[in-house]
Design a protein around this ligand. Sequence first.
Ligand code: MN
Length: 138
Amino acid sequence: MPLAENLAQMLVLIVEDNPASMLLTDAVLKRAGFLTLGATCADEVRERLRDYRPDLILMDLQLPGVDGLTLTRELKSDPSLADIPVVALSAHAMKEDRWRVLTAGCDGYIAKPFDTRSIGREVEHYIAEARARGMKRR
Ligand code: MN
């Protein structure tokens, strides 16, 4: 069932190098009412961010070349991109991992395999949280 209609135009950049995981994540988010973009490596992320301003980035941690946490640190150190919430997506659901992810600047963490019925709401929650933070700063 699609989420609220006000999510219809929300854009999520999915960063994932595994084709099957990309297909699944993309299908689940679209079904939940989001618009999606995909990137399979750091260079593709940089390219997408030149053309688009996603509402959230879903970041796989294990990527070829520059890994997801290094890429997150890079994005968060750029004032023009730092406001875009980054949510890590990783198969390592350990406490230390969550710590590593949050200290790298990620705004949240979703463990793989994710729950296809709830990930849309989780993404919505992180977008709402980031917007509330942005309003507080103004
Ligand atoms: Mn990966």
